[in-house]
Every structure is written in C-alpha cells, then in structure tokens.
Design a protein around this ligand. Structure first.
Ligand SMILES: Cc1cc2nc3c(=O)[nH]c(=O)nc-3n(C[C@H](O)[C@H](O)[C@H](O)COP(=O)(O)OP(=O)(O)OC[C@H]3O[C@@H](n4cnc5c(N)ncnc54)[C@H](O)[C@@H]3O)c2cc1C
Length: 469
C-alpha cells in the first residue's frame, strides 16, 4: 500500500517548464503515450498507475533541471530505464513525471589497459557485455534480462543474475557513478581505485536504492580478464532436495563456479515448451546449470571431473555437457509463465546458501495448501530463490487473500533463517508493507532519515522501498 502525500498535479505550467528543459518533442502528456508507462513487468492491473507526463532528457544537466522543476512545483518523478522491474519499481505510483533514460545511451570510453568502461546510464546491458567481449574482456554483470534492461536500472536495483555467485552483484562491478541528486545537483561518487577509506561510501548507498536517493546518469564500470576456457554442465535430478543440496557441496569444494542455476520441473517444462526445445528428463527432471570458467585448460578438465563426481555422488540422474540451449530455456523462464497465466507474481527471496534446500522444501509444501501454482527458480549459488506464483483463473479476491496468507507464513520464516525479502529485484512499491513490517525499526529510521536529508520534498520515486509519512 502506498501512503500518498499531497503532490501537486502536473499542470500546463509544469509541462511548459519541462519543455523548456528537454525540448517540446521530448515531453509527452497525451493519454496514448502515457499508457505505455502505466506498468513495468507487473502483470496485475491492481498495481498499474498511469503517470501525468513523461520526459526524455539527453544528459545529466537536463535531468538535474527536471529535478529542479519537480522540487519547485512539488511533483513526483519516477526514473525509468527499460521497465523490466518485477517489483513495480518503475511505476509512477504517486503519479507525476516519468523520467525516461533511453536517450542517454552512449558508451563514452573503453580502456583495455586500465580495464574500465565509462557509459551513460541508458546503455543497454547486453551492449556493455558485447563491447567488453569484443576487446577480450568481461563485464561481469549479467541479469537474465540483460537483452533489454539498461545499466542505470541495474545499478539502481543492484541487479544480480547468472554470474553473481562468482563475481558478485552489479554494485561489485562499479568504480564510480555520476548522480543527479533529488534536489537537482550533479555529483560524481566513487573513484577508479582498487581501495578507498576516504569518508562515507556514498556510491554504494545510491546503488541499490532503487532510484529513491539519486538518478544514475553515468557509470565507470570494472572490466575483468575474459577466461578463455568455459564449460556449461546440466546436472539433472529427479529429487528436488538433492538438486538444491548440491549447491553448498559445490561451493565448499572450491570449484568457484561462475553460475549455479536451479529450475524445478514446472519451469523446465514451461520454459522448454516456450523455447520449443526439449532436453533430457523434460518430463521429470529438475535442472541445475553449472558453469565453470578457467584460464587454464588442465584446470578446466580437472574441475569438470570433480564436478561430475560430486553431482553423481549426490544423486544426479544425469550429468551432461550443455550448450546454449540450456541458457535459452533458463532465460525464457519468466516469459513462459505468461502463456500459462496472464497474472502472476515473482517472489524474490534470499536465504543463507546452506538453507536453500530446506527453504524450497518448506515453501513448496506450504504452497500445496493454496489454489495457485508455484514454479521455482533459484540463482542457487547465492541462496536467491524466485517463486513464480500463477493466478490462473482464480478470482481477484481469492488471489489477494491466498497471496496475503502465503506471504504471512513465508516472510517470517525467511527472516528467521537470517534471510531477506529481496535478493535482487528490490522492494519497489510491491513489497513496501513487508519491508516496513520486518525491517528492524532503528534500521528503518536510519533509512528514512537519509531519504529525508537527501530528498526533503520527497519528490524522487516516492512510494518505493518504504513510505515517508
Ligand atoms: C525476464 C526477466 C529476467 C530478469 N532477471 C533478473 C536477474 O537475473 N537478476 C536481477 O537482478 N533482476 C532481474 N530482472 C529484474 C530487472 O530486469 C532488474 O531489476 C533490472 O536491473 C531493471 O533494469 P531496468 O533497466 O529495466 O530498470 P527499470 O525497471 O526501468 O527500473 C528499476 C528501478 O530502478 C529505478 N531506476 C531506473 N533507472 C534508474 C537510474 N538511471 N537512476 C536511478 N534509478 C533508476 C527505477 O525507478 C526502478 O525503481 C528480470 C526481469 C525480467 C523481466
């Protein structure tokens, strides 16, 4: 639930002020244009909200000037990159202006000696990955949405993804960011340094703040050496507990995998059907995709042998060398559920890695008491679970009540394990209530004090992460 404060409407005067900043052709206030921004990847119409205007700035100076207009007239601003948020992060829940980042799409510099890349906030993640690869380097951020999402959105949400188990999440790939503050100043935070103990680490505070503390307009990204030897393995299990139980075993064995991704059989079937691909044990298998990368061919071979032994010893039905098809199936998981249910919700929970098997077991058993279908995915190597809950043909009332009851039993369980209610998708506006309920009150007060200090008029992305009363 979003606690609305009284914002002013976007009047003709505000529209004129915005046109003066970005040019008339980059301000949209007609119903047809605004319809596109009423949702992001959210499928439940209860969460849709159409903004009053959308603006497309060309650079940080224009973003800053938009924020000055927003503060002058007290209208909210919602930053929006590609709108692939699954937590209603890019929805203008309090109305006002949507700030579109897509024009800021330049790669400014790639330095192969010092191994960094400077990009504007609106560059597509896949382009960054490809440009780094072309130079024999790696940009290690790799959310499953990389084909569509933008780097500013990734930094704002601290996106995780397929390679986080080895390289960390987006915040670990960033040296510094250029940020427009909620009151319209421009500041460079961070530095291209290996280490730094010079005051507060403000760049890390902005990263993952979901566009509530600043707008990311530029970033200096870390590039890594690209490992020349790589193999994907598909370990198939018919017992879910054994499939997820392999994760801590692999971590402890020191294999340092790049990816450890789990898909239950519901996802195996739906994503294989969607992708028109069928791999072994489509009917009864849970898949664990494991990627090993090395700088030495012998090391790859010995790690593969060790991996094969460990999977077989721990109940794998089959251990196969995999190809790109397995990643196509993995990347299509979320999309594939849309065919089965127009409305679904993506729960993104994170627990300590050694608790992942018991958590999946607990939640799968719990879900059997409800009329919805639950499909399970996990960036298993990081303890990050995605429960995709499908509404099917349930009534709105049953859906709402069932979800509320399921979550009331899920979230305390997760917190008791030392987990949290988002591992990578963020709180957005969808999880504001549990965020407020389960976060330590002193921690919550610290967050609100920071927000108040940086955004005194609460105009930047209000209704996200928590409510300002
Ligand atoms: C098929 C699919 C797969 C996905 N897989 C993953 C995955 O593997 N890992 C993962 O972490 N997420 C995943 N996601 C979720 C989503 O893609 C990520 O959260 C992504 O980082 C959002 O990027 P975006 O460009 O779409 O940002 P948006 O959705 O537009 O915005 C996300 C949030 O960031 C804010 N924001 C956007 N741009 C800026 C900016 N420049 N400055 C400040 N704030 C900003 C917005 O206000 C919003 O709160 C997936 C989503 C889909 C649909």
């Amino acid at each position: 639930m979003v606690a609305m404060r009284n914002y002013n409407p976007v009047t003709k005067e505000v529209i004129e002020a915005l046109k003066a900043v970005v040019g008339a052709e980059h301000v949209f206030a007609d119903a047809e244009s605004l319809e596109k921004y009423k949702t992001d990847e959210e499928t439940d119409p209860r969460f849709f909200h159409t903004p009053e205007a959308a603006v497309e700035p060309a650079n940080a100076e224009e973003v800053a000037a938009v924020m000055k207009v927003a503060n002058k007239y007290i209208v909210p601003v919602t930053p929006r990159s590609a709108g692939t948020s699954v937590s209603c992060g890019a929805i203008a829940v309090c109305g006002g202006i949507v700030l579109l980042m897509e024009r800021m799409n330049k790669i400014i510099e790639i330095n192969t000696d010092a191994m960094y890349m400077i990009v504007e906030g609106g560059v597509r993640t896949v382009e960054i990955q490809q440009k780094a690869n072309e130079k024999g380097l790696l940009y290690a951020g790799d959310p499953c949405s990389s084909d569509s999402c933008l780097i500013g959105g990734n930094i704002a949400t601290n996106a995780g993804g397929n390679k986080a188990v080895r390289y960390g999440t987006t915040r670990d790939q960033v040296y510094s960011i250029e940020v427009v503050t909620p009151t319209g100043d421009i500041v460079e935070l961070g530095a291209r340094l290996k280490k730094k103990s010079t005051g507060y680490c403000l760049e890390q505070l902005i990263m993952g703040s979901e566009g509530t503390l600043g707008i990311i307009t530029k970033a200096t990204l870390k590039l890594l050496p690209l490992a020349p030897y790589k193999l994907d393995v598909l370990a198939i299990f018919t017992d879910v507990e054994k499939a997820t139980g392999i994760v801590p075993i692999l971590v402890k064995a020191g294999l340092n995998p790049t990816s450890v991704e789990f898909m239950d059989n519901s996802f195996v079937r739906s994503a294989s059907d969607f992708s028109e691909l069928k791999l072994p044990h489509y009917e009864d298998g849970s898949y664990v995709i494991i990627t090993i990368e090395t700088f030495n061919e012998d090391e790859l071979e010995s790690k593969m042998e060790q991996l094969d032994e460990l999977c077989n010893a721990n109940g794998a039905t089959d251990v196969l060398e995999a190809d790109e098809r397995v990643w196509t199936i993995r990347r299509n998981c979320l999309e594939s559920t849309r065919v089965l249910s127009k409305v679904s919700t993506s729960d993104d929970l994170v627990v300590p890695v050694n608790k992942i098997a018991s958590t999946i077991d607990y939640l799968t058993t719990l879900a059997k008491n409800y009329p919805f279908r639950v499909f399970t995915l996990a960036h298993a190597g990081d303890g990050n679970l995605h429960f995709q809950i499908l509404k099917g043909d349930m009534s709105d009332e049953d859906w709402e009540n069932s979800l509320a009851s399921f979550h009331a039993k899920t979230y305390p369980y997760i917190y008791n394990l030392g987990g949290r209610i988002s591992g990578e998708h963020g709180i957005g506006s969808k999880k504001v209530d549990p965020m407020e309920k389960y976060t330590n009150p002193i921690e919550m007060k610290m967050m609100k004090d920071i927000k108040k200090a940086l955004d005194p008029n609460n105009v930047l992305n209000p209704g996200k992460v928590f409510n300002m009363k």
